[in-house]
Design a protein around this ligand. Structure first.
Ligand SMILES: Nc1ncnc2c1ncn2[C@@H]1O[C@H](COP(=O)(O)OP(=O)(O)OP(=O)(O)O)[C@@H](O)[C@H]1O
Ligand SMILES: [Mg+2]
Length: 269
């Protein structure tokens, strides 16, 4: 199925564009020709079995992994061809909320949120400006005023929100959410989903979300993409995706897909 903009074709060039991406680790082929466009301001969810390459896709976008072939364009420039200095500039614009993003236990919440700001903007931001940005970022995730607390005093859901605040503090143009709700109960999952939507409304950030949680996938996305067998099997706006007749996608959405591609390969061999 062809990839296309969510609402209009007047949006211009895609903000993020994967074209003909191939990637293998040793003899294991992860991507055999990945094509995907993501437009400025949209929320795109990437779905796929465990081990299908979702995290690899996010890492290629920020240049932590290089494709063996193909291009990964961000705002018109191919990340796969960039040197370290250029990659640093990309990483200043794209924030990656890592799968299982951990806080530094030895630091207060405030220092955790300030950490990236101090690293990146120590020349240009005063400590007062950093403190204000920390306060604002914690406010955005619904946790104002907890700067003095320690990560060990927080629940799992609160830790995820602080990690999100740390990401937001950097004012990224793109946020990559790698499994933002894994391990959370339904209430905290719903809270994070609302945050992802609220942050998009408040900041117009472009979001790429990797999730196994259907509530998150269908709650937050403008469009969704399904990875299977090293390619994008389907990319479609939310309602169209939910109504698809593609059997693989239906099985996945309805929880009938095998948990990992390795298991499926084993079963079919
Ligand atoms: N740096 C690496 N070196 C070797 N193999 C890797 C590397 N990174 C990922 N892989 C392999 O690539 C495959 C895809 O990994 P990836 O982490 O993208 O899966 P995923 O779709 O994010 O899975 P999950 O849903 O479990 O997080 C896996 O088999 C993984 O072991
Ligand atoms: Mg992953």
């Amino acid at each position: 199925m062809q990839d296309r903009p969510v609402s209009s074709s007047k949006r211009g060039k895609p903000f993020v564009r994967f074209r003909g991406v191939k990637k293998s680790f040793g003899t294991k082929e992860i991507y055999s020709g990945l094509d995907l466009d993501i437009h400025r301001g949209e929320t795109m969810t990437i779905m796929g079995a465990s081990g299908s390459g979702k995290s690899v896709l996010l890492k290629m976008l920020i240049g932590l992994l290089k494709p063996d072939q193909g291009s990964v364009d961000f705002d018109g420039a191919d990340v796969a061809q960039m040197n370290e200095r250029e990659l640093l500039q990309v990483r200043a614009r794209i924030a990656y909320l890592f799968q299982g993003a951990a806080l530094f236990d030895s630091m207060s919440v405030g220092d955790n949120v300030a950490y990236g700001l101090r690293e990146r903007f120590w020349r240009t931001m005063s400590s007062t400006q950093i403190a204000a940005r920390v306060e604002q970022s914690l406010g955005l995730v619904g946790l104002p005023g907890i700067q003095a607390m320690r990560p060990s005093d927080l629940s799992g859901g609160m830790k995820k929100r602080v990690a999100l605040a740390r990401t937001l503090a950097l004012r990224p143009e793109v946020i990559l959410y790698d499994e933002p709700t894994t391990g959370l109960d339904p209430i905290n999952t719903a809270r994070i989903n609302h945050l992802i939507m609220g942050i998009k409304r408040a900041t117009h950030v472009t979001s790429i979300v990797v999730t196994h949680d259907m509530g998150t996938a269908f709650g937050v996305s403008d469009r969704l993409a399904m990875i299977a067998k090293g390619k994008i099997l389907l990319v479609a706006p939310r309602l169209e995706f939910r109504e698809t007749t593609n059997q693989y996608v239906r099985d996945f959405i309805e929880g009938r897909a095998p948990e990992s591609e390795a298991v499926r390969d084993l079963l079919s061999s």
